[in-house]
Design a protein around this ligand. Structure first.
Ligand code: 13P
Ligand code: SF4
Length: 319
């Protein structure tokens, strides 16, 4: 693709298009820093869904991954929702193909389904309530203790929620390809070398990493934690993009990133990082690639998302 960066001022052009088209730019914390800086709102999955539900803009520019933009479209069927790169998927969403999930669900006719928002719209149509990592515990606990549940598609988040609620939810075997490879040994080593540091982790990390953590939470919850906590140093088990906001909000604190089990030591989400300023500009200019879903999918997938938003409002998650 021809790179425009050298020829035009992307920041100016994006700002012009935002004004002219009455667009809102919603960005996830894992986006590159330039995109986080230009966005109207930067947040976690729940905050982004809440903003998408409230926006009065004509066009939603979603700087995140496909399932997040799909959620925005489901909440705004009459608005244009564009994503800078349509290939920005998610290994968790892809781990649960709709037909396989339908068959899996048939084995548990008495179970209700709680789906992590990192799932396709098709899986959401087979879901009772959607959740994010911010509100998963509260959503699960909104069901009576004796209600059997399926949790999909993240087995790490589901296992963690089972461990803190005493539930025995049936788990779909999906993982996040970024968080699942963050190394337990490295966390132990870093903690031993930095006894003054606290370990904070995203619940998509595997169980042994979560057991070592002083705090487990969504991206927004980790940010809030470090702002109010008295420690000066943190070992952070999540995608690197979050470190940008953490450092910006807390310039006096030190943040150490947990490397992966692999030799590459890279914990960038390859999908989140597909979005660039160049692609952001182009998608606003051309109003494509656009998220398109059938009316039937939107109607069915909307119900469990709205239930999540209503429950979150009641329990004041993220507000
Ligand atoms: P958050 O809801 O914590 O932002 O997480 C989204 C995600 O994709 C983490 O990998
Ligand atoms: Fe999906 Fe993991 Fe990337 Fe989040 S970090 S978007 S869960 S692949």
């Amino acid at each position: 693709m021809e790179t425009l960066t050298a020829k035009i001022n992307l920041t100016e052009e994006i700002n012009r298009l935002r004004r002219e088209k009455n667009a809102v730019i919603l960005a996830h914390y894992y986006q590159v820093s330039e995109i986080q800086d230009i966005a109207d709102y930067v947040g976690d999955s729940l905050g982004l869904a809440q903003r998408a539900a409230e926006t009065e803009a004509d066009m939603i520019v979603f700087a995140g991954v496909h399932f997040m933009a799909e959620t925005a479209k489901i909440l705004n069927p009459n608005k244009k929702v564009v994503l800078p790169d349509l290939n920005a998927g998610c290994s968790l969403a892809e781990s649960a193909p709709a037909e396989d999930f339908r068959k899996f669900k048939e084995n548990y006719p008495d179970h209700k389904v709680v789906s992590y928002v990192n799932s396709t719209a098709a899986v959401k149509t087979m879901t009772d309530v959607v959740c994010t990592s911010s509100n998963a515990k509260d959503i699960v606990e909104s069901f009576p203790q004796d209600q059997p549940l399926i949790f999909a598609p993240d087995k790490n988040l589901g296992g963690y929620i089972n461990s803190i609620t005493g539930r025995n939810m049936v788990l779909w075997e999906g993982t996040c390809e970024v968080h699942d490879v963050l190394s337990t040994e490295k966390v132990m080593q870093m903690a031993a070398e930095n006894p003054d540091a606290k370990v904070i982790a995203h619940p998509e990390c595997k169980g042994p990493v979560l057991e070592l953590a002083d705090f487990v939470g969504s991206t927004a919850q980790m940010l809030k934690f470090v702002k109010t906590d008295e420690s000066k140093k943190y070992i952070v088990a999540t995608e690197t993009g979050l470190l940008y906001q953490m450092q910006k909000d807390n310039p006096e604190k030190e943040f150490l990133v947990v490397p992966t089990d692999e030799t590459c030591a890279c914990n960038d989400c390859p999908y989140m990082k597909m979005n660039t300023m160049d692609k952001l500009y182009r998608c606003m200019r051309d109003e494509t690639p656009e998220i398109e879903l059938s009316k039937e999918t939107i109607e069915k997938a909307k119900k469990p998302i709205i239930k999540m938003l209503d429950l979150s409002r009641k329990i004041k998650v993220n507000k």
